[in-house]
Design a protein around this ligand. Structure first.
Ligand code: ADP
Ligand code: MG
Length: 300
């Protein structure tokens, strides 16, 4: 995590760090006393307003993406070893068995209670960093800060513009190498990337398995995409969408982008294309034109 803010004292940044730890204390699946960990252990909790809010947003996004985003995948993620680093390819029968426990439609959320079925467990990892960036942005604005750049590991949040008024230049990672894929200019926006390159292992069969699962199959999502970057106003939504669109693949992602109308995209496909949506045409510069061909999606 790296936080850079202009026009404020160190104590403001210290406050952001404390705030991040507080939010982690609500949503972490590994901290035994977090609200989500207690829910996973006990099956029901009386949620705080923030947990209710984020789970509600995640359920809305699950509906909107036809279940491509599914915060109930935790039992499967554990079985694959993505939570511990002890990776394994589970037996097919085991995947089928666990898939029955990973249905977001069985999450019950009301003002007073958050409840999951027996054996079910939640994981907000697909949108918690984006949500945290939103909270930190609000705190900075409260403190009068108009220029800051927050990097929460793959989740960038640009607050306002650079101190000189120009746009922030954000480097987008190449999912197939160490150099930048390209640079995008943004002001006051979240820039969130999800990709198969972040956490993965190679199985004994020589196949690469990564940490974003297709809730329809229980296996890593292979949709033709290597990475998805979503740029928009709300961090939680960009974060959740980057995971969901990675699962959905280019065609469904394009349809969703046209219909939603509130974000822009940079996609890398497994056949060497970089696709940007037309709102970024003037704002994105491809760094490696020899390696990738650039395609622009038009809205109509
Ligand atoms: P990262 O956390 O690596 O920056 P993401 O925002 O894409 O990347 O979130 C991936 C995390 O979300 C995984 O580590 C896993 O915990 C969880 N996850 C994996 N597949 C899904 C899915 N289809 N829906 C919701 N969460 C998922
Ligand atoms: Mg995400």
């Amino acid at each position: 995590m790296s936080l850079r803010a202009y026009g404020c004292g160190q104590e403001v940044l210290e406050g952001l760090k404390a705030e991040t730890e507080r939010i982690e204390g609500l949503f972490s699946v590994t901290k035994a006393d977090s609200e989500i960990a207690r829910l996973n252990a006990e099956g029901r909790i009386a949620p705080s307003a923030e947990t209710r809010d984020l789970v509600g947003k995640a359920l809305d996004l699950a509906r909107e993406t036809d279940g491509a985003l599914d915060i109930a995948l935790y039992p499967l993620l554990k079985e694959w070893g993505f939570t511990t680093g002890q990776y394994q390819v589970p037996a097919e029968a085991r995947i089928r068995e666990l898939l029955a426990l990973t249905d977001w439609e069985k999450i019950e959320l009301s003002d007073a209670e958050l409840r999951v079925a027996d054996g079910m467990a939640l994981d907000l990892g697909s949108l918690a960093k984006g949500y945290t960036a939103d909270v930190l942005t609000a705190k900075l604005k409260e403190a009068g800060v108009t220029s800051a750049l927050l990097d929460l590991g793959g989740n960038i949040q640009a607050v306002g513009a650079k101190p000189d008024g120009s746009a922030w230049q954000i480097g987008i990672r190449d999912p197939q190498g160490e150099d930048h894929l390209g640079i995008v200019s943004v002001k006051g926006a979240a820039v969130v990337t999800s990709g198969g390159y972040e956490r993965y292992f190679t199985g004994e069969d020589g196949q690469v398995y990564w940490h974003i699962l297709d809730p329809a199959t229980g296996y890593p999502a292979k949709s033709g995409l290597l990475s998805v970057t979503v740029i928009g106003p709300a961090g939680w939504r960009c974060d959740g969408l980057s995971t969901a669109l990675f699962v959905m693949g280019p065609e469904k992602a394009q349809a969703h982008w046209k219909q939603a109308g509130d974000y822009e995209l940079i996609l890398v496909t497994d056949d060497g294309q970089v696709i940007v949506t037309d709102g970024l045409e003037e704002l994105f510069k491809l760094s490696q034109p020899d390696k990738y061909t650039l395609t622009v999606w038009k809205r109509d």
